[in-house]
Design a binder for this molecule. Structure first.
Ligand code: ADP
Ligand code: ADP
Length: 232
């Protein structure tokens, strides 16, 4: 479902070059939740941004759902990105748009009709527990509710893959738990493949099937979650 083949990423050049990723090989099978953990600066954010090519790898190939994203031109890539929803630590909602209009945005960009948008947005608000918040604005919501809006928006284009970039790092423990349950529900009910990066072991322990450890731009260890946390 997601495959990275020998992906490397270098920022800058010459004496100031930083190698953020080095020869990353990663496979995330369809329908699984895969976590990548690592310290700050290890390359997690670069890694997840290389999946939908928000960052272009300096070398290597990226496949999502059998399609090689690294081989596409700009127009094809715009199309292919609909298969990857993404959520962020700080939610990245548009503050001047209501909850409904935030979730509708990707569909507007895809030029879907108003009726088609309504038929898509309302069930997503139900799924994320926001049906009664449709007309509110992000500033009126709690952190957990904002992340729910971001999740609904990420699902609007019917992606096959959800990329979560420190999605619970700005939330308190209780809210983290409720967002993780929602992600688990999305994985189970919609069959979505989820790749998440986090610096929190607990996140990985509670919902991931497999986990990788990234250190200095290299994936140094990978295992099923049960094995990963068993003391040697
Ligand atoms: P993490 O998400 O694990 O904290 P990042 O992927 O953000 O790690 O960063 C990996 C390395 O790449 C770090 O050394 C960081 O300073 C560097 N880096 C990240 N983004 C950029 C950028 N836009 N320009 C230059 N260096 C960057
Ligand atoms: P937070 O994520 O901020 O901690 P909750 O997860 O408790 O908040 O709920 C988020 C939103 O979903 C709230 O507006 C709440 O009213 C609504 N909500 C929670 N559970 C339900 C439910 N079973 N039916 C309808 N709305 C719900």
């Amino acid at each position: 479902m997601i495959t990275l083949e020998r992906v490397s990423k270098t920022y800058g050049s010459g004496g100031r070059a930083v190698q953020a990723l080095e020869d990353i090989d990663l496979t995330v099978p369809k329908g699984t939740i895969h976590g990548v953990i690592g310290l700050s600066g290890a390359g997690k954010s670069t890694l997840i941004r290389c999946v939908n090519l928000l960052e272009r790898p300096s070398a290597g190939r990226v496949f999502v759902d059998g399609q090689e994203l690294t081989a596409l031109d700009a127009a094809q890539l715009r199309q292919a990105r609909h298969q990857c929803g993404m959520i962020f630590q700080h939610f990245n909602l548009l503050t001047n748009r209501s909850v409904y209009d935030n979730v509708a945005l990707p569909l507007e960009l895809m030029r879907e009709s108003r009726e088609a948008i309504r038929e898509r947005v309302m069930p997503l608000l139900e799924l994320t527990g926001l049906a009664d918040k449709a007309r509110q604005y992000p500033a009126e919501l709690s952190g957990g509710q904002k992340q729910r809006v971001a999740i609904a928006r990420a699902l609007a284009s019917r992606p096959k893959v959800l990329l979560c970039d420190e999605a619970t790092s700005a939330l308190d423990p209780q809210t983290t738990t409720s967002i993780l349950s929602l992600l688990q529900e999305i994985n189970q009910q919609l069959g979505l493949t989820i790749l998440l990066i986090t610096h929190e072991m607990e996140v990985v322990k509670s919902i991931c099937h497999r986990v990788g450890l990234i250190s200095d731009g290299r994936l140094v260890e990978e295992a099923d979650v049960g094995d990963f946390f068993t003391a040697p």
